[in-house]
Design a protein around this ligand. Structure first.
Ligand code: ATP
Ligand code: MG
Length: 364
């Protein structure tokens, strides 16, 4: 008798990790083979969580010679809210954060979703390639729907439901073949891979047109806000990259710890202290364990002082660059987006022309 078993999640995680390590080795050998697509929803200025989890990594890939494309996903802001806030102001802050962190607009393409019509048109044929049941199974869509309900008491919008397909258009319009994701975001990428595969099967069987993009795993790292929950733009618990030195000091003064005096790195048992240790270690160029050992019985007050100083010093160059750029903000940001949007439009127009050709919808 055959016993059917589903592979343990750790098995697929191990496979993804091994593949990611192999890709990193290929990046070191031949970075020009890779185009990375990633980005942010412009729902607020970027914070420490973004820097540690995504921004630093994008700059690293850019500097390694990978072609990085960053989407400022303004259409995704309206997936779960009616009030978009002051989008031009938020987009400006996000672009300033990118530049201050080391994104170079001469090498990296920074564009806004809504300014690239051909990309958005790809959504139509792509939507025909997935079923409602498949979208319903997407864990990220499920989680976001619960979140939208909890926060605003509203049902899921059609745009939120089809978010993974929009993401497929973001990635495939520029033939992105690599997407930095956390382990928990792997299912999202599956939709893009499915769309690419089915498009190829249906319209380009002889010569596959779209690549099936691969995941480049980013370390699973959740930076906590001053309330002990995941740091998030919309929770009001974040240390923004643009914050002043005084605001940084105040943020860490407010940050939660626990009642145990001895400082040790115990992510499971003492998440707030572990969070401070991770942040401090990142900027001090050490490990959380070593930082914990150096504070030891001096307690949470000492830990906060050490972490605050490491962050203030560590962010000083970024903040100085940001201040200088912000002085010229409207012009600087306009130039970056004009350049990025022009580049993205040229690429998207070409892709849409190819897609129409392959689908047989060119009539003259
Ligand atoms: P919002 O409140 O609008 O959801 P956010 O602050 O949660 O904003 P997102 O735009 O949802 O930020 O996050 C984009 C990506 O940034 C995430 O996929 C994740 O990889 C990373 N990220 C965001 N916040 C954190 C955090 N606190 N710790 C680690 N990574 C984070
Ligand atoms: Mg979020």
């Amino acid at each position: 008798m055959t016993v059917l078993t589903t592979p343990a999640p750790t098995a697929s995680a191990a496979v993804a990790q091994a593949r990611s390590a192999a890709i990193e080795a290929e990046i070191a050998r031949d970075p020009g083979r890779f185009r990375v697509l990633t980005g942010d929803r412009p729902t607020g200025a970027l914070h420490l969580g973004h820097l540690l989890a995504t921004l630093d990594n994008r700059v690293r890939l850019q500097d390694a010679g990978v072609d990085v494309v960053l989407v400022v996903a303004d259409y995704q802001v309206i997936t779960d809210r009616d009030d978009t806030g002051d989008l031009p102001a938020v987009v400006r802050e996000v672009v300033l954060d990118y530049l201050a962190a080391g994104i170079d607009p001469a090498r990296t393409t920074v564009f806004t979703h809504s300014a690239v019509p051909a990309l958005n048109q790809l959504l139509l044929p792509f939507l025909s390639l997935v079923s409602v049941a498949e979208l319903e199974r997407n864990p990220t869509v499920k989680a976001e729907a619960v979140d939208a309900e909890r926060r605003q008491g509203r049902g899921m919008s059609g745009l939120l439901f089809t978010y993974p397909v929009h993401q497929a258009a973001d990635i495939l319009f520029c033939h992105g073949n690599l997407v930095p994701v956390g382990l928990d975001q792997l299912p999202h990428l599956e939709t893009t891979r499915t769309v690419a595969r089915r498009f190829n099967q249906r319209y380009a069987a002889a010569r596959p047109y779209f690549p099936e993009p691969e995941a480049l795993l980013t370390p699973s790292l959740t930076v906590l806000g001053d309330d002990g929950a995941k740091m998030s733009k919309s929770r009001g618990n974040a240390l923004e990259l643009r914050a002043s030195e005084d605001e940084t000091v105040a943020f860490f003064r407010r940050a939660r710890t626990d009642s145990e005096r001895h400082i040790a790195f115990d992510p499971e048992g003492r998440p707030e202290v572990a969070n401070l240790l991770r942040i401090g270690a990142h900027f001090a160029g050490t490990t959380p364990e070593d930082l914990a050992a150096s504070v030891a019985d001096a307690g949470a007050g000492r830990l906060k002082a050490v972490v605050t100083e490491a962050v203030v010093e560590g962010l000083r160059p970024l903040r100085e660059r940001r201040r200088a750029l912000a002085a010229d903000a409207p012009a600087v940001v306009r130039d970056v987006l004009a350049r990025g949007n022009a580049r993205a439009n040229a690429v998207a127009d070409r892709t849409l022309a190819d897609v129409r050709d392959l689908m047989g919808t060119v009539y003259s």
